[in-house]
Write a protein that binds this ligand. Structure first.
Ligand code: ATP
Length: 371
């Protein structure tokens, strides 16, 4: 999140500049003063639940909506006032919008022919695109003769054929089922990276954003709550909302009992948290401790450390093959979710329903949230 001034040329690190963009729909700010620089070649994801404003922001980049205020600068060029078809970008929609009566080859060629590109260049470009998305042998098929994932790749080839400076993807894999989605995510990233095109995608699926993007912006109510790499937002969420929105998390309420420069102790109903770094806070201040399920270890034996440990009873267990999720009821009634990798086929001390257990986690496992 930066507020860098517009540069005349647009450097590689601020290839796309979104500056103080507001979109007001009759008094409701769907996008509320967001600023962001996106680097050349980056795959950037706008992530948020329904109604957070991500599509409106993408549509402003495409030129389908006009910002109420703010500027969008691409490669040094202010896009204000440019209609969608004059912008050096392409938007790929969830529905693909392939022409059903045209072959794959003709679908990809369509925009190039309309732009009046010479015939031999159209042929070269379409063949290169078909090779890129590995659909050369399907060139003469109609869209309905392809699988959903293949249609998706044709749509991508068509979007890239005009060599846009910016590719916009609106829920690109929304029409695919879960398994195909996962395969296609990797294929899409490989293709986008080969071409080197800068890409902004919108998704409400956090796994998709984490898998595909180099950075993500978590949006809520028209604002960016946090911008960072997938591991930044997962491991160091800055707010309860982000911690809860990205992945699974245990949120435990508490107050600051020891506040030193190199550590803090947070007292909460079921345990005392020792956190191995300082926080910006004061003694007695209410805070939330965020703890990811995979960072907790469970055993029948009481750990030596009095901190970062809680006793409880296993109420639920779900086996997922490579890992098992336990829900442990703590004395306060709070459920602690723990996910443990199944690294051996059978454990000697197999845990099961109703077992009284100790949960334990390290001094760097949790994050203290003050907002
Ligand atoms: P979804 O994932 O459901 O598409 P989103 O995060 O993309 O959600 P937007 O479509 O950007 O959300 O909408 C943001 C807010 O702006 C919503 O409350 C929506 O109702 C409102 N909105 C969007 N377009 C218009 C419009 N043309 N007129 C009035 N309000 C609008």
């Amino acid at each position: 999140m930066t507020n860098a001034p517009a540069s005349a040329s647009g450097s590689d690190s601020s290839y796309l500049q979104i500056q103080n963009i507001v979109k007001d729909f009759g008094g409701y700010k769907a996008v509320n003063n967001v600023s962001l620089d996106i680097a050349k070649g980056e795959i950037f994801a706008l992530l948020g639940s329904s109604g957070c404003g991500k599509t409106t922001l993408l549509r402003m980049l495409a030129g389908f909506e006009t910002p109420t205020s703010g500027r969008i600068i691409l490669n040094g060029q202010d896009l204000s006032g440019l209609p969608p078809y004059d912008r050096p970008l392409n938007m790929m929609f969830q529905s693909y919008a392939l022409f059903p009566h045209l072959s794959v080859w003709e679908n990809i060629a369509f925009g190039l022919k309309r732009d009046g590109l010479p015939k031999d260049q159209v042929g070269e470009r379409v063949d290169a695109m078909l090779k890129l998305v590995q659909l050369g042998k399907f060139a003469q098929r109609k869209p309905h003769q392809l699988s959903g994932g293949q249609q998706q790749r044709v749509a991508l080839a068509r979007s890239l054929a005009k060599q846009p400076q910016l590719l916009l993807l609106d829920e690109p894999l929304g029409a695919l089922d879960k398994k195909l989605r996962e395969q296609t995510q990797i294929e899409l990233v490989n293709i986008i990276e080969q071409v080197g095109v800068t890409c902004v995608m919108v998704t409400h699926d956090q796994e998709e954003a984490m898998t595909m993007a180099s950075r993500v912006a978590v949006m809520s109510e028209g604002r960016f709550l946090q911008v960072g790499s997938p591991s930044d937002v997962y491991e160091t969420p800055q707010t309860r909302f982000v911690a809860d929105f990205i992945g699974n998390v245990n949120l435990m309420e508490g107050t600051v009992e020891v506040d030193e420069a190199d550590h803090v102790v947070i007292g909460s109903p079921d345990c005392k948290h020792y956190v191995g770094h300082g926080i910006t806070g004061t003694l007695g201040m209410p805070v939330t401790v965020a703890l990811r399920p995979e960072k907790i270890h469970v055993s029948r034996n009481k750990p030596a450390d009095d901190f970062n440990t809680a006793q409880g009873t296993i109420e639920e267990m779900s086996y997922f093959g490579s890992f098992t999720v336990y829900r442990i009821k703590l004395p306060s009634g709070q459920m602690l979710k723990v996910s443990m990798a199944n690294t051996v086929r059978q454990r000697d001390d197999e845990l099961t329903w109703g077992d009284s257990v100790w949960a334990h986690w390290s001094r760097s496992a949790h994050v203290v949230l003050t907002q």
